[in-house]
Design a protein around this ligand. Structure first.
Ligand code: NAD
Ligand code: IPM
Ligand code: MN
Length: 366
């Protein structure tokens, strides 16, 4: 039997720094009786533009379509700000999502006990928090046509189009209901049906899909009120399903419930492949963090937890995924903190690689 294949795309900024720590975790499993992966590495984002003049080479795209899972660090950086839109690093990531048809983006926000005091919200508001945001990832205003900057009269107009078909809403709603069935059986759908027709359709279709999941308690919220409720009392939620843009905003917001954007992993899943596993790309929710890149300050936990999600969703290795999550919990309980998890406490932070080494050491202990 061949080993499962993993394509690693470290990307830009802190992407390669946090991915180096994931490599340690992958190597640890390989050397200790865990899964052995056939790992290949390639370029995406600004580094791909520097090498090939495009943020995603066609060969890389083709390879991503073939492997069992893709693991991505982060893309982007100020160096590329003035590039034409079609050449920007972010387009490489958006192309991967679109062409792999990764429509369901799972963004879990879990507050580890050791960090409950660190959130900018009161401890009782976040302690024990465990919610899952399901963000639609291949449609909506990110991809709707028409788009562009057009001339109208004597001025320019920036145009983007929010657009959802019934089938696009149906499939992401089904993913969210399935997840809710395996969790607390509560699903809250967020849109703006009060002002957007796409929101009206969204609510209708989600309600219709809900009839196939009578055990799941379905509720609806306008996304602006949802943002407020997420900060007021986030533990009222179990699974949230929402569109591409609202999901982008709400998941960054949810990150701060856990203490830091450096903590939030994600899985972007598509339709099942021939082997029954979904097409999949795993990546931290955070970006390339140009303000701290190259300084050994990045928190590698979001990327390491993204690999844990790969173990669970692509490789049927739930036990190994739980082992990684326990290792993260252990190092946090031991008081290890990268700078983003320290605030003004004055304690000395550990570096990116020290955090990775500690997680590997904790893995070894079970
Ligand atoms: P960002 O997520 O890169 O950074 C926001 C803030 O969070 C920064 O202060 C950063 O230092 C901090 N931060 C983020 N990740 C961290 C980590 N692992 N450890 C410690 N601190 C961390 O968002 P931004 O600054 O708005 O965007 C920077 C670039 O990244 C842009 O080019 C943007 O398009 C891109 N971006 C890429 C992705 C991705 O590749 N998936 C996601 C978001 C943003
Ligand atoms: C994310 C990012 C991306 C998005 C960018 C980099 C294209 O913010 O993954 O959350 O907007 O989806
Ligand atoms: Mn984002």
């Amino acid at each position: 039997m061949t080993n499962p294949s993993l394509l690693i795309l470290p990307g830009d900024g802190i992407g390669p720094e946090v991915m180096a720590e994931v490599r340690k975790v992958i190597d640890w499993f390989g050397a200790n009786g865990g899964p052995v992966f056939d790992v290949s590495e390639d370029l995406v984002g600004g580094c791909a533009y520097d090498a090939h003049g495009t943020p995603l080479h066609d060969d890389t795209m083709a390879r991503a379509q073939e492997v069992d899972a893709v693991l991505l660090g982060a893309v982007g950086g100020p160096k590329y700000d003035s590039l034409d839109f079609s050449l920007k690093p972010e387009r490489g990531l958006l192309r991967l999502r679109k062409e792999m048809d990764l429509y369901a983006n799972l963004r879990p926000a879990q507050c580890f006990d050791a960090l409950a005091d660190f959130s900018s919200l009161k401890t009782e508001v976040v302690s024990g928090l465990d919610i899952m945001i399901v963000r639609e990832l291949t449609s909506g205003v990110y991809f709707g046509e028409p788009r562009g900057i057009i001339e109208e009269g004597n001025e320019r107009v920036g145009v983007n189009t929010q657009r959802y078909t019934e089938s696009e809403i149906d499939r992401v709603a089904r993913s969210a209901f399935e997840l809710a069935m395996r969790r607390g059986k509560r699903l809250c759908s967020m849109e703006k049906a009060n002002v957007m027709e796409s929101g009206v359709l969204w609510r209708e279709v989600v309600t219709q899909v809900g009839k196939d999941y009578p055990e799941v308690e379905l509720s609806h919220m306008y996304a602006d009120a949802g943002a407020m409720q997420l900060t007021r009392w986030p533990k009222q939620f179990d699974v949230i399903v929402t569109d591409n843009l609202f999901g982008d905003l709400l998941s960054d917001l949810a990150a701060m419930l856990t203490g830091s954007l450096g903590m939030l992993p994600s899985a972007s899943l598509g339709a099942p492949m021939a082997n029954g596993r979904p097409k999949a790309l795993y990546e931290p929710v955070h970006g390339s963090a140009p303000d701290i890149a190259g300084q050994g300050k990045a928190n590698p936990i979001a990327c390491i937890l993204s690999f844990a999600m790969a173990l669970r969703y692509s490789f049927d290795r739930g036990e190994d995924a739980a082992r990684v999550e326990r290792a993260v919990e252990t190092v946090l309980a031991d008081g290890l903190r990268t700078a983003d998890l320290l605030g003004e406490e004055g304690k000395a932070p550990v570096s990116t690689s020290e955090m990775g080494d500690a997680i590997v050491a904790a893995l070894a202990k079970g």
